[in-house]
Ligand binder design. Structure first.
Ligand code: TYM
Length: 339
């Protein structure tokens, strides 16, 4: 018999400093869109993940509030969704430990994010960085989440979450954890660097010109788009014509994701035109979409106590869901219930 699980969406963002247009289009914008569509929505600032590489404590506090502000500025409504900080709900760390006994070390070494972040000297990386996907599985499965919206780069981690759920269910002869479905949807599942169409737009890239930050003002956004790497050819009438033009393809995808059109619809309008015409139009839609978000973020950040209050309430709501699930997990594994 297969248990059926109520539709529940979970996703998280690390407060490891500075959010980009990639985080917005690949995640935040979509999080808001899933609200009120039938599934319960639970969103989390994953501070326990951020500390797998060293964080300055004062900056971590600032960044945690800033990500909370970004969620709300992007339209995540704490009256509709559960919105909270990971470290305030102890069930995440507790379930991650239980999963550390289910997951295999070899699975962790295979993760490309671990290889990228650990670099050449992986022996010297934190144990937490290696076990990161086990905590991510716990984030999701502590809520019996059925669907997880993320960008393309998180696909491998979500496969591992499925592996952990399946192995737990198999090892203990239960059908307790759902096999979560990744939601990697839309035209912006992998927003690329503005300077190199083969690299992901990332907050950790040393060059600020490669990305648009959610805190950039209108001038900075327009200037970065103007300087974005492109080619000299005119735009074709459909995406097929952009196969070998990664930088052009990226800008068209960004345009489409910002306006909610398909990339082909965007190209139908710009067919035959060059980047001299396309870039100013893109800068205009980017500023139009992002300026209100930046402004709302600034307003939220002016009242950190209010952010903390909202996140505290979210943590209580989250714990009320996760606590019985983690209790039951422990019971399944043979632990005696506390009184
Ligand atoms: P993080 O904090 O790196 O990124 C947050 C979200 O933004 C997406 N994203 C992008 N999407 C498109 N193009 C880009 N250039 C781009 N850069 C980032 C990411 O795919 C992600 O959806 N491990 C996760 C955080 C996490 C999590 C979870 C996610 C922890 N627990 C449970 C889902 C469910 C991470 O590091 O995301």
């Amino acid at each position: 018999m297969t248990t059926s699980f109520a539709p529940r969406i979970f996703s998280g963002i690390q407060p490891s400093g500075g959010l980009t247009l990639g985080n917005y289009l690949g995640a935040l914008k979509r999080f808001a869109e899933y609200q009120g569509q039938g599934a319960e929505t639970i969103y989390c600032v994953v501070d326990l993940h951020a500390i797998t590489v060293w964080q300055d404590p004062e900056k971590l506090r600032h960044n945690t509030r800033e990500v909370a502000a970004a969620f709300m500025a992007s339209g995540v409504d704490p009256e509709v969704s559960v919105l909270f900080n990971q470290s305030q709900v102890s069930q995440h760390a507790e379930l991650a430990w239980l999963f550390n006994t289910v997951a295999r070390v070899g699975w962790m070494y295979r993760m490309t994010q671990f290889k990228d972040k650990a670099g050449k000297n992986s022996e010297n990386s934190s144990l937490g960085l290696l076990a990161y996907p086990s905590l991510m599985a716990a984030d999701i499965l502590a809520y019996h989440a059925t669907e997880v919206p993320v960008g393309e780069d998180q696909k491998q981690h979500l496969e591992l979450t499925r592996d952990i759920a399946a192995k737990f269910n198999h090892d203990y002869g239960v059908d307790f954890f759902p096999i979560t479905k990744p939601m990697i949807e839309g035209t912006a599942t992998r927003v690329m660097s503005l300077r190199d169409g083969s690299k992901k737009m990332s907050k950790s890239d040393p060059s600020d010109a490669t990305r648009i930050n959610l805190t950039d003002d209108a001038d900075a956004i327009a200037q970065k788009i103007r300087k974005a790497r492109t080619d000299a050819d005119p735009l074709p009438g459909s995406m097929e014509g952009l196969q070998d033009r990664p930088e052009a393809k990226n800008l068209v995808n960004i345009f489409a994701a910002l306006t909610g059109e398909s990339a082909d619809q965007v190209l139908a309008r710009f067919e035959g035109q060059g980047f001299g015409a396309f870039k100013p139009a893109l800068a205009e839609v980017a500023v139009e979409s992002l300026a209100p978000i930046t402004e709302k973020m600034t307003r939220f950040m002016a009242d950190p106590a209010e952010i903390d209050r909202i996140m505290g309430r979210g943590a209580d709501q989250a714990a009320a869901i996760a606590q019985p699930i983690v209790e039951r997990t422990k019971e399944i594994m043979g632990m005696i219930r506390s009184r």
